[in-house]
Design a protein around this ligand. Structure first.
Ligand code: ADP
Length: 889
């Protein structure tokens, strides 16, 4: 670049009021020199027309396209577009000789072919001629456009981030974003937000989106709702739509839209950008932001970056809000699911109770009938039915209790109770069963300072659930039950005056692993593979205890060390919140008194007694004798494996008539029994303590002595999956509970028969193979033909000689088979020989065999005889030897 100095020389000064530069006053020349030599941007004006001068810096920063045209022109012409702003300032300087000062003054300069929003900090100072009179002005200027606009955009981005960060919903997000964008009407003269109806799901999962056809207006900045550019809905991916909402950004010429707002600019935007909004991993936009563009700023890198950051900020906020909203939605769904589950349990429990009652009533009558007493065997059966029906009723009742509490329909009916004594009585009911299990039971209850008030039936359930769990999972040592008043009521109890009581049930049992402890009080949670006296249980006991304690305003906690033991703590306020007087008097009229508590307790004790006796029976492992008494030698032996004593008794009585039955209570015992005395078939339950049915299968498969024993699995786990899992694991058969006696017997019989056949064929397989091989070596084939039916059997040697399978020979019949395979000239030899055989003579002949499928002719010697039954010919049996090699020799 040649520089302004050269261009100034090129100006035709003579045609300006300043005239030829040689005539210029010294002061003008000096000032021009100073200006040209400075690296600050400067311009100056001199003379009556205020002729325009500038230096290189000014040319570069400010003048743009006006250069070099501007040199020497009247300043008012050069800066015509801003003369209103600067003219008065210049006049003042010239008139007063006092310099001006402006900082960041907005000026719309037309230096780039369009009016441009620019900012300048400048000072005008007077210039004196050689006589000391003001003859012109000098402007030292620094352009601030980038700084001012940069700061403005930064502020918008910062405020946008701050405002949307707190938005919890997508709607809130849009509203906050609109607010903030509305504060910067220079960079964003107007804007519109459109969103899919399901935008809330955007951040969570776009796979769940419906294919939306329209986007809805979320909010607008700078435009009224009834403005013609504002539509309630806009079709998505529709080329005819006024706003093109698609997956890609679009620049829209706004020429067609009437009277758009200008924001804080002199004129409204000429273009708008339509920007798809989407969250990070998703490709489908959840919404669109339409931004009217400031026509006084170029859409340069900075403006673009600003818009991209705005979009990024909104997307980030929507993602966060979407996550919150998604989580809330999922929580609501889960809560609904939980409620549905509770409803389901309540309904199903109710439904189960009616038929159960109708089963239990008549069964009890049957047993109580003195007029027509049952025979011993029938009585045993009816007792078993009654016992198990009652157990089922117990489970159903627990489920119902639990569902009722969860549905908020259970009410705590407190009665004034001597809780120490009541608890001790409950524990005492467990004494005999604990003792017979070989455990100690220590009861340490300290009398409370006041009468407690509790719902007795609920308290019974709390104590006995914990006690029966302790018994279920303890094999050595003992159980301790303690009840005492807590010195300091928990801080969170607002009713600080009332005492709290603590029940502790400790055991020296198997303990609970830390990872299971936290889930223990969730309904249906059970520790997989725990050693226990029984596998019975639903995983609801502890959840119920927790709920019952909560109904009393209390809490449950536990501490446990695997292999050492567990302690469960129940802490409740001794009386109800507020007045203790709400307690009902002892023995209320609705039967909700101690009596039903006692019935509940009996139920628990009976159940526990059953496990204990089961385990003891298992330890002693006395197989009951088969029902007909005598053990026949040679009868097949069945090993029945089940942890439920009633089920074992039932199976033994069912199978005992036909087989010798051995029993085991779990997989471990079953293995030991099977190794002592090999069973012919194992009939095993799936769910058992210690080693379950699958474990047993695995162990048997690994033991060469037991590998071939067929196993029938019996399980209540219905559904294809249970069956196929059993069969995949290697069970021979899988029987679903409930099953009928006949069905089970048939399955056992079929399994035994199959196994016998398998063993037989396994036994004879090597011999058959040897024989076949010998026959092939000797080129001999055996055959027989049933004279009455023509049924033919043939060894593989013969089949290969004849080139025809046995079935085909049978199908053709003897005569035709001969015709099909024997050389025509030799066929009569066969028939003659057979006739002789029928007369009791030996059948001997030599023939040529012509294989029907082609191949070499074989020479064969046949030796056969006819077998007679009751004097009549019945079967021809013989062998054929291939002697071709001999014949050739
Ligand atoms: P259930 O006994 O019907 O399975 P619970 O809710 O009473 O259901 O117990 C849940 C699980 O907690 C049990 O299956 C068992 O694994 C574990 N558990 C409960 N009490 C004890 C205990 N005293 N010792 C060891 N494990 C226990």
């Amino acid at each position: 670049m040649d520089g302004v100095r050269n261009d100034l020389d090129a100006v035709d000064w003579a045609s300006t009021p300043l005239g030829c530069p040689k005539t210029w006053p010294q002061s003008l020349r000096t000032t021009v020199d100073i200006m040209l030599g400075s690296r600050f941007a400067m311009w100056m004006a001199w003379g009556p027309d205020l002729s325009f001068f500038c230096n290189d810096a000014y040319r570069r920063d400010t003048l743009g396209k006006k250069y070099p045209w501007a040199l020497g022109r009247p300043a008012r012409e050069v800066w015509a577009e801003i003369w209103d702003e600067i003219g008065p300032r210049i006049d003042r300087v010239l008139a007063t000789g006092v310099a001006t000062w402006d900082e960041g003054l907005l000026l719309y300069l037309e230096r780039a072919g369009y009016p441009e929003e620019t900012y300048h900090t400048f000072s005008y100072s007077p210039l004196a001629d050689d006589q000391g009179n003001t003859a012109g002005m000098l402007c030292v200027v620094s352009e601030d456009t980038d700084r001012v606009i940069g700061a403005r955009r930064m502020a918008t981005l910062r405020d946008l981030a701050a405002a949307t960060a707190s938005a919890l919903t997508v709607e809130e997000c849009f509203a906050q974003a609109c607010d903030e964008l509305g504060r910067n009407r220079r960079d964003i003269p107007f804007s519109l937000f459109y969103a899919r109806p399901d935008a809330a799901l955007a951040a969570v999962d776009d796979l769940r989106w419906e294919q939306a056809a329209k986007a809805e207006l979320a909010c607008a900045v700078g435009l009224d709702a009834d403005h013609p550019a504002v539509f309630e809905t806009v079709a998505i991916d529709d080329a005819r739509a006024r706003w093109p909402l698609s997956g890609t950004e679009a620049l829209v010429d706004l020429g067609d839209f009437p009277a758009l707002p200008a924001g804080e600019l002199p004129e409204s935007p000429a273009d708008a950008l339509v920007l798809p909004l989407r969250t990070a991993p998703h490709r489908t936009p959840y919404g669109w932001l339409i931004i009217g563009l400031n026509r006084f700023r170029p859409l340069d890198e900075d403006y673009r970056a600003f818009i991209d950051l705005v979009v990024g900020e909104i997307n980030a906020a929507i993602t966060a809000a979407g996550v919150v909203e998604g989580a809330r939605r999922r929580a609501a769904e889960l809560a609904e699911l939980d409620a549905a589950k509770t409803r389901f349990f309540t309904n199903i429990s109710h439904e189960l109770r009616t038929p159960l009652t109708l089963i239990l009533g008549p069964t009890a009558d049957l047993l109580a009938d003195r007029a027509q007493p049952l025979a011993e065997r029938q009585r045993k059966r009816a007792e078993m039915a009654l016992r198990n029906g009652e157990r089922l009723l117990g489970l159903v009742n627990t489920l119902l209790d639990f569902s009722r509490i969860q549905a908020g329909r259970a009410h705590c009916r407190r009665q004034s109770t001597d809780l120490a004594q009541y608890t001790a009585e409950l524990a005492a009911m467990f004494e005999s069963v604990t003792t017979s299990a070989g455990l100690t039971l220590t009861v340490a209850t300290t009398p409370l300072s006041t009468q407690a008030s509790v719902d007795r039936e609920m308290w019974t359930k709390i104590v006995l659930n914990l006690l029966s769990n302790a018994l279920k999972f303890t094999f050595e040592g003992g159980i301790t039950v303690e009840l005492r008043e807590l010195g300091d009521p928990p801080a969170q109890d607002g009713d600080g005056a009332r005492p709290w009581v603590e029940l502790v049930v400790r055991d020296t049992g198997i303990g609970i692993a830390p990872e299971d402890q936290q889930h223990l009080f969730e309904r249906f949670h059970r520790v997989a593979g725990a050693r226990s006296r029984t596998h019975e249980g639903s995983g609801i006991g502890l959840a119920l205890v927790a709920e019952l304690a909560a109904l009393h305003g209390g809490v449950v906690e536990m501490a446990s060390t695997p292999g050492v033991g567990s302690s469960f703590f129940v802490r409740i306020p001794a009386t109800a919140a507020g007045a203790a007087s709400e307690a009902e008097p002892d023995g209320s009229a609705d039967g909700h008194d101690g009596e039903s508590g006692v019935r509940t307790a009996q139920h628990f004790v009976e159940e526990a007694a059953r496990w204990v006796s089961d385990t003891q029976a298992a330890v002693a492992n006395q197989a009951p004798p088969p029902s007909d008494g005598a053990v026949e030698p040679g009868r097949e032996r069945i090993l029945v494996v089940d942890d439920n004593a009633d089920m074992r008794t039932f199976l033994v009585s069912l199978l005992g008539d036909h087989y010798e039955v051995d029993i085991a209570v779990d997989g471990v015992q079953a293995l030991a029994r099977a190794r002592t005395e090999l069973p012919d078939v194992v009939l095993t339950d799936v769910m058992m303590p210690n080693l379950d049915g699958f474990g047993l299968l695995r162990e048997m498969a690994a033991d060469p002595a037991l590998r071939d024993v067929p196993v029938i699995m019996v399980s209540a786990r219905a559904g294809e999956e249970g069956v196929s899992r059993g069969l995949e694991a290697g069970a021979t058969d899988y029987v679903l509970k409930p099953f009928s006696a006949r069905e089970l017997l048939a399955r056992v019989r079929a399994t035994l028969e199959l196994d016998r056949a398998r063993r037989e064929s396994a036994r004879t397989a090597p011999q058959t193979e040897l024989l076949e091989r010998g026959q092939q070596c000797a080129r001999i084939g055996f055959w027989s033909v049933d004279i009455a039916t023509g049924a033919t059997s043939a060894s593989s040697g013969l089949i290969s000689m004849m080139g025809m399978p046995a079935e085909e020979i049978t199908a053709l019949g003897f005569e035709q088979a001969v015709q099909a395979t024997v050389h025509p000239e030799d066929q009569h030899l066969v028939f003659d020989a057979v006739e002789a055989g029928m007369r009791g003579e030996p059948v001997v002949y030599t023939i040529r065999l012509v294989p029907p499928g082609g191949g070499d002719v074989r020479v064969c010697e046949v030796l056969a005889e006819v077998e007679f039954v009751d004097g009549a010919p019945s079967v021809i049996r013989g062998f054929t030897q291939d002697v071709t090699h001999r014949a050739r020799a």
